[in-house]
Design a protein around this ligand. Structure first.
Ligand code: HPA
Length: 300
């Protein structure tokens, strides 16, 4: 005899469909607070840094050259996910860089790693809750504009992601931001201008551009790249936009830089590879670090 299910089928279905969502707001806030309190307890009375740097490929050396206050492996921070992506270390570093106190996320969380969407942006909400004002996101990206020559840099001025699941999907957390956040100015315009002047003075090739977000992990097809170009994209990558949407939702200042590590699919002959991305990011590492350091230095 088939035994009756204790849970009605309908509620199982709803739970499955909504598994990405925050079901219990109180518990969610508690988990944000637990993580935030743990981080703040390591500051030993110092003020909470106003800047959080998210280190994409090639920017790892910044954690070595800063004057370090503390390092926390992600698996030590309550409720933090652990990153699994190659080249992403998985630690939060706090220190002084170019004379300013910063948090550095060495390793981030990508959709393609399989995290529920709210885990990808958990740390952004923790940062906001403890008082961080600005998030500087860096990434490796494929160049879509045909005049690009890797490695060069893009100050992201807008993004495309309407075809990807939103990190804000599910019941809105009104305490964090509005249900339908405006996205007319996700990326801070003054900071883009500052990045341009830093790049010019450092003799680094940097243009403004639109970043197309793809969920990965597969690279795009040539047809997808042609479509993205038609839609107005200048470069493409698998990160940054979830965090940018989340930070914008909470009213944080958002700045984002792409290092173009390869030409996107179908532009040059030959396959795309992770090796090319990581090798080019490593070759551009001095420039990436110099640009970020100078930007932080000149920030008012
Ligand atoms: N596509 C997507 N993500 C990337 C690429 C690319 O060409 N290069 C680096 N990250």
């Amino acid at each position: 005899m088939i035994r009756a299910l204790a849970v009605p089928v309908r509620s199982i279905r709803i739970a499955a469909v909504r598994s990405n969502m925050i079901e219990n707001k109180e518990e969610y806030f508690k988990s944000l607070k637990r993580a935030g309190d743990y981080i703040v307890s390591h500051l030993n009375g110092r003020k909470v840094p106003e800047i959080c740097l998210v280190l994409g490929s090639g920017l790892g050396p910044l954690t070595e050259i800063c004057e370090k206050y503390f390092t926390l492996p992600y698996d030590e921070i309550p409720d933090f996910p652990c990153s699994t992506a190659p080249g992403h270390a998985g630690k939060l570093v706090c220190g002084s860089l170019s004379g300013k106190d910063v948090f550095m996320m060495s390793g981030r969380f990508h959709y393609y790693e399989g995290f529920p969407i709210e885990k990808i942006i958990f740390y952004v909400r923790v940062m906001k809750m403890i008082g961080v004002k600005m998030i500087l996101l860096t990434n490796a990206a494929g160049g879509i504009r045909k005049d690009m020559v890797p490695p060069e840099f893009v100050a992201i001025e807008d993004h495309l992601s309407f075809y990807a699941e939103s990190v804000l999907r599910g019941p809105n957390i009104d305490e964090l931001g509005v249900r339908f956040p405006d996205q007319s100015n996700v990326y801070d315009k003054e900071c883009i201008a500052l990045l341009e002047s830093c790049a010019k003075d450092l003799n680094i090739s940097l243009t403004r551009g639109v970043y197309a977000y793809t969920k990965g992990p597969q690279y795009e097809t040539p047809a997808e790249i042609r479509a993205l170009r038609t839609l107005g994209a200048d470069c493409v990558g698998m990160s940054t936009v979830p965090e940018a949407i989340c930070a914008n939702h909470m009213g944080m200042k958002v700045v984002a830089i792409s290092c173009i590590t390869n030409m996107a699919a179908g532009i040059n002959d030959g396959p795309l590879s992770e090796k090319e991305v990581l090798d080019t990011a490593a070759a551009a590492s001095d420039q990436s670090c110099a640009l970020v350091k100078e930007f932080i230095k000149r920030l008012k």
